[in-house]
Design a protein around this ligand. Sequence first.
Ligand SMILES: [Zn+2]
Length: 147
Amino acid sequence: MIFPQFSDKIEKLIEFSALGATMLATLTHRKEVVFMSLPPCPNCSSEYVYQDQEMLICPECAHEWNPNEVPEEDDVITAKDANGTLLADGDKVTLVKDLKVKGSSQVLKIGTKALIRRIVEGKDHQLDCKVDGAGEMMVTAAFVKKA
Ligand SMILES: [Zn+2]
């Protein structure tokens, strides 16, 4: 024999679990959809990024970011060497032709080594270089090749 107050409680319990299962199914489904369309975490490359309104959140390193605001460090300035190879800060290069140093009679010989300290925006003289035997100067990317 079931007491009326107990049967009422059991019904509520069943309703509650059914609701829980539906919510879980919805969440699981949403996660699958979200996983495929969101970019990986820029901080730790985790793929389990999820969206909360405007923000993307990484559950692994707790990094939060707004995908509509492109961070400045992502706006990388690049330059291509004489062979069309992409150059980056810290690359070692050699000169592919003799270069006259502006405002002096100095000539940087072909084959001179240089280290790219920084790449700046511009049509030429994009490379802020430390040139062997000549010191710091701006060099045009098309006149060097990656070492
Ligand atoms: Zn992360």
